[in-house]
Design a protein around this ligand. Structure first.
Ligand code: PLP
Length: 386
């Protein structure tokens, strides 16, 4: 393969080599169905148990609170579509900058199950203010008759995938609980990158996806606090204590646990290293004289840079970087086929002139200072030739 620089770690990450090695036996030799009672299933069964315990310990959770899913999209859909009891009347409070996995699941609920959906605005840094949530919850109560079997969910992401802003989850969860709502957070971008303790955050449901923290693709989990009312999303076999049917993907679950443990064990070193790379890129950009502005909050994911170049075309920039062997993004990966301004940039009210010239560079633990110099050189070359 030709030389390339991968700077789109918010879209996906390289598989951890230890995770790959740990997966191999469960793909080649120990392929028994973990739910069968015979000797050949003993090892896969034990591997599932150990993986569940490892993942739980990385988040301050109990093993029984971890439910394996196919990834972030499924975990989000499960939380949004299945909170409460099936017969409940539902209300969801979410934000305008959630990932499509949350927003589209909410829209589906609105269309097909008469669920009320309230999408909260954010400030210019992409922060959901706790007082905005509080006011919205008060207003919602005063607008309707009291319904005995009503269940409310607040779903606010832990960190945004386009601009990196970290939300005040603890405060938001406290407000949700005061109003007797369940609190869900989409932590897909944050797990394995910043320290997370579900007890300290006070969340009831938390979504994660392995491929964002150097695990394999197509596997993730939903943390469900003990006692949280949630019904199954996938019906079928009795796997996952009858909460999520389907033969367990043992190899991927094992890989996910190893990747998460490795990332969590080195979380501060990685964070420091990635932050240094980010600082270097910013100082090089400042010295270069290139006109740009940054989006997102002061408290944000390390290495995730949303940069706007006034009057430039982000799509063209992405393609020219691609031709130079550098992978970046114009926003959310799943949005990259669309040319319109992303819903996140709209929500932070970024001027059109800047929004159309916005790229996302997301540096990860495998990036080097050489990568940063090459990115800067490429940006300089492209932007000065336009
Ligand atoms: N939520 C967020 C914040 C994401 O960034 C993504 C992926 O980009 C998802 C959910 C979906 O995760 P998955 O790719 O595992 O379905």
């Amino acid at each position: 393969m030709r030389n390339r620089i991968y700077a789109d770690n918010a879209a996906t990450t390289a598989l951890d080599v230890d995770a790959f090695e740990a997966m191999k036996p469960y793909l080649l030799d120990e392929y028994g169905n973990a739910s069968q009672p015979y000797f050949f299933s003993r090892k896969p069964k034990r591997a599932l148990k150990e993986a569940r315990a490892t993942i739980a310990s990385c988040l301050g959770a109990q093993p029984e609170e971890i439910f394996f899913t196919s990834g972030g999209t499924e975990s989000d859909n499960w939380a949004i579509k299945c909170f409460g009891a099936p017969s409940d009347v539902r209300t969801i409070f979410t934000s305008q900058i959630e990932h499509r996995a949350v927003l589209n699941a909410c829209d589906h609920q609105f269309k097909h199950s008469k669920c009320t959906v309230i999408k909260l605005p954010v400030d210019s840094e992409g922060i959901v203010s706790p007082s905005v949530l509080h006011d919205a919850m008060i207003e919602e109560v005063s607008n309707r008759d009291v319904i005995s079997c009503e269940t409310k969910l607040v779903s606010i992401m832990l960190a945004n995938n386009e601009i990196g802003t970290i939300e005040p989850i603890k405060e938001l969860a406290e407000i949700a609980h005061k109003h007797r709502a369940i609190f869900h957070t989409d932590a897909v971008q944050a797990v394995g990158h910043i320290p997370i303790d579900v007890q300290a955050l006070g969340v009831d449901l938390l979504s994660a996806s392995a491929h964002k923290f150097n695990g394999p693709k197509g596997i993730g989990f939903l943390y469900v606090r003990k006692g949280t009312l949630l019904f199954p999303y996938l019906n079928g076999g009795a796997q996952e204590r009858e909460m999520r049917a389907g033969t367990e993907n043992v190899a991927s679950i094992v890989g996910m646990a190893v990747a998460l443990k490795n990332n969590c064990d080195a979380i501060e070193q990685n964070r420091e290293r990635i932050q240094k790379l980010e600082n270097l890129l910013i100082s090089l950009l400042d010295e270069s004289g290139i006109q740009y502005s940054r989006n997102g909050g002061h408290n944000k994911l390390p290495g995730l840079l949303s940069l706007s170049f006034p009057g430039k075309d982000a799509e063209a920039l992405l393609h020219r970087m691609d031709l130079m062997g550098i992978c970046i993004s114009t926003g959310a990966a799943c949005n990259s086929v669309h040319t319109e301004v992303s819903h996140v940039l709209k929500a932070i009210k970024l001027e059109d002139n800047l929004a159309k010239g916005t790229i996302r560079i997301s540096l990860g633990k495998n990036n080097s200072t050489d990568d940063v110099y090459s990115i800067l050189l490429a940006l300089k070359k492209i932007l000065s030739s336009e």
